[in-house]
Design a binder for this molecule. Structure first.
Ligand code: ATP
Ligand code: MG
Length: 251
């Protein structure tokens, strides 16, 4: 199986300040990579570079063997629409709050060429059901939904086009614990079923444990430890990771 993403020596600076530096890893289809680390450690910066929201200063990102840095912008935009998905921490950043739930899901299908109204509406209904939103609420605006429902809607909007690569920044961040647990179950099932490659940034080691096959620990913009999730959490090597795991540090 060939890698979905191959990242080599990625660096992003904000003036003199390091956002992230020396980041290298591979991600394979069907694999969930967790990124943990304290506030300001470079997690969101890394994710934004991977998503193309920020331009890296150096290093290379290969997506299915193709160098994203050398790719023309229109081609990149097509990929972003068809093969990549980005789930924001705050659903308001990933949804269009002024249009219905159905339109939020349906417009992503239209962006990849779907034109048949009935088929688009049926797919939107199907996806609302899959993320456990009553399809009867298809014409409601996201504003009328709870935070957990909004996040599930954002996930439906992102997955309806069957992307290959999904980037998530604290997708369960603002949710209470029981809502979070259901969302994690749902995500886990969808990842397995669709064979998605996922990178998930989280503050929460329990979330990482539940969802991630592999883990990268970041500190001051660098990856200081990486490995299988259970290995990293049960037998952390770096002193910082040991502190993180023993809950001495509040991340
Ligand atoms: N727009 C920006 N301008 C200047 N510095 C920035 C900017 N965004 C991030 N930084 C700096 O880059 C470093 C990494 O920040 P980043 O947001 O990637 O951390 P994070 O790990 O996502 O933190 P958090 O867990 O709080 O979301 C920090 O030192 C931060 O101050
Ligand atoms: Mg962040």
């Amino acid at each position: 199986m060939s890698a979905l993403l191959q990242v080599e020596g990625l660096e992003k600076r904000y003036g003199a300040r390091i956002g992230c530096t020396g980041v290298s890893f591979d991600l394979f289809p069907g694999e969930v990579l967790g990124i943990v680390g304290e506030s300001g450690s470079g997690k969101s910066t890394l994710l934004a570079c991977l998503a193309g929201h920020l331009a890296a200063d150096s290093g290379q990102i290969l997506y299915r063997g193709r160098d994203l840095g050398a790719m023309a912008e229109p081609e990149r935009r097509v990929l972003a629409r068809t093969e990549w998905a980005f789930v924001h921490q705050n659903p308001r950043d990933g949804l269009r709050m002024g249009v219905s739930a159905g339109a939020n899901v349906g417009e992503r299908l239209m962006a990849v060429g779907a034109r048949h109204y009935g088929a688009i509406r049926a797919a939107a209904e199907d996806w609302l059901g899959r993320v456990e939103i009553d399809p009867g609420r298809i014409d409601d605006r996201p504003r009328a939904f709870s935070g957990g429902m909004q996040q599930r809607l954002q996930i439906a909007r992102n997955l309806v086009t069957a992307p290959r690569l999904v980037l998530m920044d604290e997708p369960t961040g603002g949710l209470d614990v029981s809502v979070q647990a259901r969302l994690l179950d749902l995500l886990r099932a969808l990842v397995r079923e669709m064979g998605l490659g996922v990178i998930i940034v989280t503050h929460d080691l329990a979330v990482a444990r539940l969802l991630a096959d592999r883990l990268m620990v970041m500190k001051d913009g660098r990856v200081i430890e990486a490995g299988l999730t259970d290995q990293v959490l049960d037998d952390p090597q770096a002193a910082y990771t040991q502190l993180l795991v023993s809950s001495v540090l509040q991340v």
